[in-house]
Design a protein around this ligand. Structure first.
Ligand SMILES: O=c1[nH]cc([C@@H]2O[C@H](COP(=O)(O)OP(=O)(O)OP(=O)(O)O)[C@@H](O)[C@H]2O)c(=O)[nH]1
Length: 629
């Protein structure tokens, strides 16, 4: 449920929270925002003395955090997300800015300063709107801050130390967490509580309203400019697609007149009238907000999802984007001639692709958008064509049997392809040259997109040798040797794969530190290395095979050896849509599954690995590094 309808303005956008703070993630997801988490790598080292007021420091830090992520994602994905949100929380007391304590003594110094006094908590927030021209990132930055005053009780030394020993202060600005044990230290709070916890949700929603619904001059009078409009106000100010401006204006009148009466026309939910703390009437709604809107856009998006996917798949398969490569403009008839298809069918496909922003249509004809040129042309450097063909020819037929997969809890290869799969790779992916190359192309294209993130998520410079098990065409190996000049990588994969890798090797790059070795990691000896890598491997197999493989790797490892797993990690809040859909994907096609970070941690610890660290990269692969103890 989304209580603040403006949050829904962001539904169709790729929103990224540039913060590792679990509290910020919790606050924003509870508000119904869908976003990816990409923690910022910006070091919080701005010179505090150069800011005349502390909140400028918090806002600038928040901005730098968000911009770092926007820039990184632009380089990595070749397109930035639509919106990046950054935040920074600080505590000020006695003219000092307090951030997170560095150790227990530092926490003690902070808490003693706060003891018995009133202090301010500032959170600076930045919303960055991103777009990309060529590969150049363009940003529009909106900043604000919120201040909350907090009074600490008089606390004994003993209590302070007991609190510090609880471990709670260490990742919290000012050395306390008001939402947990730290709440016991606090006598009163003036202002927004969530601001102290790390994110001023109320102010954020107002800011979104300001950005996405600038009040029209003749708008309803009962909305204070700095308030989050009531539901009806949002309906009034709702998206253009709801109707013409004349219709909207007549709505304004109607809704304005009926603003506080229940059962206003067009609304389906129950409404109650309350007074807020300032004595202002507020319309509250019970029931699902989605049912209150005139247009359930989330559902329509889902209803259309499969049609959109198939339109893109078919246009790729028919090589439409290849035909329009490099600024070519063609009329529907010319495209139809080239792809040997009907003119009427081709025209509809091209128009749908235009609506999906894969093509542009002008008087000169159809041409590729930048997105299509970069990712859908089959021989572009970062082409997803291989992955799309795999999705069309292999995954799509399997998904048509999703219902059976759910009922039976098993993969559907027998239904989709008429045969039982004993060995996933031999029977399913590599049974003919065509399917083998299609699968290799798919893995190659997905790795091209994600390899840099995976290679740089952790500092791997302490390792001298790596073995990429199931490393396929060696795409990750190529990036690893670029990033780590002292690293040698062995790519270990089935003979079927290794004998076909030559067509995937880069020209003009020194690959002498990469060796390709063929074998079956379940049956054959695995090469020795300081670091073992498994990318999209564990999710393919049932538990007994995973145990066998991890035991084998663990036995080969010496203390200090590393294991790098690259998989999509399931989050317990079900926010990462791609990962959860991938989980269904594994159900329909394999005996394996995707796992949560907790499940990976347990699995790795069972096999003697410790210090399990997980980075959600924000792209199609998350990465987990652990060390053999
Ligand atoms: O009462 C509470 N006060 C503060 C917090 C948490 O403290 C941190 C503040 O640190 P910062 O703003 O630098 O954010 P980080 O956690 O380092 O994450 P970024 O990746 O965004 O830099 C913040 O997590 C607050 O939630 C608290 O929990 N309670």
């Amino acid at each position: 449920m989304v209580l603040c309808p403006v949050i829904r303005k962001l539904v169709s956008k790729r929103v990224v929270l540039a913060s590792a703070s679990p509290r910020r993630q919790e606050i924003l997801s509870s508000a119904g925002l869908r976003f990816e988490v990409v923690p910022s790598r910006f070091k919080e080292t701005l010179d505090k003395a150069s800011f005349s007021v502390p909140y400028e420091y918090a806002m600038e830090t928040a901005k730098q955090k968000a911009l770092e992520v926007a820039n990184r994602m632009n380089v990595k994905d070749f397109r930035p997300p639509d919106v990046v949100i950054g935040a920074d929380t600080i505590v000020t007391v006695d003219g000092l800015i307090l951030e997170k304590p560095t150790d227990k003594q530092d926490a003690y110094n902070m808490l003693s300063r706060l003891n018995g006094k009133v202090h301010s908590v500032f959170t600076g927030v930045t919303i960055v709107h991103c777009s990309s021209k060529g590969n150049q990132l363009e940003t529009e930055v909106f900043k604000f801050y919120e201040e909350t005053k907090v009074k600490f009780s008089d606390l004994s030394e003993e209590l302070l130390w007991e609190y510090i020993h609880s471990g709670e202060p260490m990742d919290k600005a000012g050395g306390y967490g008001i939402q947990a044990l730290g709440g016991m230290l606090v006598e009163y709070v003036h202002g927004d509580f969530l601001n102290v916890v790390g994110f001023p949700l109320n102010h954020f929603c107002k800011k979104l309203v300001e950005l996405y619904y600038p009040p029209p001059k003749d708008a309803i009078h009962h909305v204070k400019h700095d308030s989050i409009p009531s539901v009806e106000t949002f309906e009034v100010l709702s998206d253009e697609e709801l109707g013409s401006s004349t219709q909207r204006n007549s709505n304004v009148k109607l809704q304005g007149d009926n603003a506080f009466s229940s059962g206003a026309p067009g609304s389906l939910g129950k409404k109650e009238i309350h007074q807020d703390t300032m004595g202002e009437p507020v319309v509250k709604c019970s029931g699902d907000m989605e049912s209150l809107t005139k247009f359930p856009s989330t559902l329509v998006e889902l209803l259309d999802g499969f049609k959109a996917s198939k339109a893109m798949f078919v246009a790729c398969k028919l090589k439409v984007f290849d035909l329009l490569k490099g600024k070519a403009h063609l009329k529907a008839k010319d495209v139809a001639d080239h792809i040997s298809a009907s003119v009427c069918g081709t025209e509809r496909l091209l128009d749908s692709c235009t609506a999906l922003q894969l093509l542009k249509k002008t008087n000169q004809g159809y041409s590729n958008t930048g997105l299509a040129e970069k990712y859908l042309v089959s021989d572009s450097e970062y082409s997803l064509h291989g992955y799309i063909m795999h999705a069309n020819d292999h995954v799509w037929p399997l998904f048509t049997h999703l219902e059976s997969a759910v009922k039976e809890g098993t993969n559907q290869n027998h239904r989709a392809f008429g045969k039982n799969v004993q060995d996933l790779f031999q029977d399913s992916y590599y049974h003919s040259m065509e399917t083998k190359l299609r699968f290799m192309n798919a893995m190659h294209s997905i790795m091209k997109l994600t390899a840099r993130d995976v290679a740089t998520a952790f500092d791997l410079s302490r390792f001298r040798s790596a073995c990429d098990l199931g490393g396929c065409t060696g795409t990750l190996a190529q990036v690893l040797i670029q990033e780590y000049p002292n690293l040698k990588v062995t790519v270990f994969d089935l003979p079927d794969v290794i004998e076909n890798v030559s067509g995937f090797q880069p020209t003009g790059q020194d690959t002498s530190r990469i060796t390709f070795t063929s074998g079956d990691f379940f049956k054959d000896n695995i090469p020795e290395a300081d670091l073992y890598i498994l990318s999209r491997v564990l999710h393919d197999w049932p538990d007994d095979k995973i145990d066998a493989l991890l035991s084998k790797i663990s036995d080969l490892c010496t203390p200090g050896s590393g294991l790098l797993l690259n998989e999509m990690v399931l989050d317990d809040k079900n926010r990462n849509r791609s990962a959860w859909l991938q989980s269904l994907n594994m159900l329909v096609q394999t005996e394996g599954k995707e796992r949560s970070s907790y499940e990976y941690r347990c699995l790795l610890e069972q096999h003697g690995f410790r210090n399990v660290k997980i980075v959600q990269t924000g792209s199609l692969l998350d990465t987990i590094l652990c060390t053999k103890c």
